[in-house]
Design a protein around this ligand. Structure first.
Ligand SMILES: [Zn+2]
Length: 286
C-alpha cells in the first residue's frame, strides 16, 4: 500500500466547540501548459525534441491519468490551458469539459504578459477565448497569468474581456476583489507549485539551478499540512500543479491517495476556481 503521508488527511482540524463547521476550500488547479512557454515563443523548442517531449507528456500521457483519478473520487478541477494546447489536443480538452471540469485561460502560447503592450494582451485574450469557444464550446471565465507575472494593466484588461476572476497572484490565501473593477483574485501559493520540488530538465536546464527533484512523500506531507492548517481559518487553497510534472505514474499514485484521503475530510470543500469566484462574489457583492 502506498502511503502519501504520515499526516492524517482524513481528520478534521477544526477547533472543537467552535459551533459552525469551518472548512477550507481547495481548488485543484492544473496548469496544462503542454510544450508552450518561452522556448515555443522563441522557436527554439523545435530544435529540442527532448524538451518538447517533456511538455507534451502532460496532454499526451498525464492528463488522461489525472482525469480518471478525478472521476474515481468525484472531484472537479480547473485546467488553465494555453489555447495552442486546445488547438493541438482538442479531443482531450473536450473531454475535460465534458467531464465537468473547468477550462481556464492561460494565454495562447504561454506569453509573459508583463512584457506585452495592452493591445498585445487584449489580442491574445480575445484570440484564445475564440479558440476555446470554437473548440470546446465555452469561453473561460477565469485566467491564470503564464509564469505568474502580469502587466499593471492586465487586471483591467481581463475585466474588459469578460473574465470574472484571475488566479495569477501568489502568496495569498483568501480571495479578494481588485481595486476599481469587478475582477476577483483567487491567489495561489508558490509552495503549491510542483515545479519547486519535482520539475527537472537538462539542456536547457529548467528550472535553472534546480538540479534534482525532491523525495516525493515529504512534498505531499507538506502540502497536506498546509491544507489541514487552512481549515480552522476557513482559507482558500489553489494549487499550481502541472500535469507533465505531477502526472508521472509514481507521483500520480501518491496524488490519488492524497485526494482520496482529503475527500473524506469534512473540513475540506473541493471547488473549481470558477465556483469559488461565484460563491465569493455572492457573499461579497461589488
Ligand atoms: Zn503555465
Amino acid at each position: 500500500m502506498v502511503s502519501s503521508s504520515s499526516v492524517d488527511l482524513k481528520a478534521s482540524t477544526d477547533k472543537p466547540g467552535a459551533g459552525v463547521l469551518q472548512q477550507a476550500t481547495l481548488a485543484l488547479a492544473f496548469d496544462l501548459d503542454g510544450p508552450t512557454g518561452d522556448a515555443m515563443l522563441s522557436g527554439s523548442i523545435w530544435n529540442k525534441p527532448g524538451y518538447f517531449g517533456l511538455g507534451a507528456y502532460g496532454p499526451h500521457r498525464a492528463v488522461p491519468r489525472i482525469l480518471d483519478m478525478l472521476a474515481a473520487h468525484g472531484v472537479k478541477a480547473t485546467f488553465f490551458t494555453p489555447a495552442w494546447v486546445v488547438e493541438h489536443w482538442p479531443g482531450l480538452c473536450r473531454r475535460i469539459v465534458a467531464e465537468g471540469h473547468e477550462i481556464g485561460n492561460h494565454g495562447y502560447k504561454h506569453e509573459v504578459f508583463f512584457r506585452l503592450s495592452a493591445e498585445e494582451q487584449r489580442s491574445i485574450l480575445n484570440r484564445s477565448q475564440n479558440i476555446f469557444e470554437d473548440t470546446v464550446g465555452v469561453r473561460a471565465t477565469g485566467f491564470r497569468a503564464p509564469s505568474g507575472d502580469w502587466h499593471p494593466q492586465t487586471a483591467s484588461l481581463l475585466a474588459e474581456c469578460g473574465f470574472s476572476y484571475s488566479s495569477s497572484l501568489r502568496n495569498g490565501d483568501v480571495p479578494f476583489r481588485h481595486d476599481g473593477h469587478s475582477l476577483i483574485e483567487i491567489p495561489a501559493k508558490s509552495l503549491f507549485d510542483d515545479y519547486t520540488a519535482f520539475a527537472y530538465h537538462r539542456a536547457p536546464n529548467f528550472p535553472a539551478g534546480l538540479d534534482r527533484v525532491a523525495a516525493y512523500t515529504p512534498v505531499f506531507e507538506s502540502w497536506g499540512e498546509e491544507i489541514l492548517a487552512a481549515v480552522p481559518e476557513g482559507l482558500t487553497v489553489a494549487t499550481i500543479w502541472h500535469p507533465k510534472v505531477i502526472g508521472t505514474p509514481g507521483r500520480a499514485l501518491l496524488l490519488e491517495k492524497f485526494i482520496g484521503e482529503l475527500v473524506e475530510n469534512p473540513g475540506i470543500r473541493f471547488e473549481t476556481c470558477d465556483a469559488i469566484a461565484r460563491h465569493w462574489s455572492e457573499r461579497n457583492p461589488a
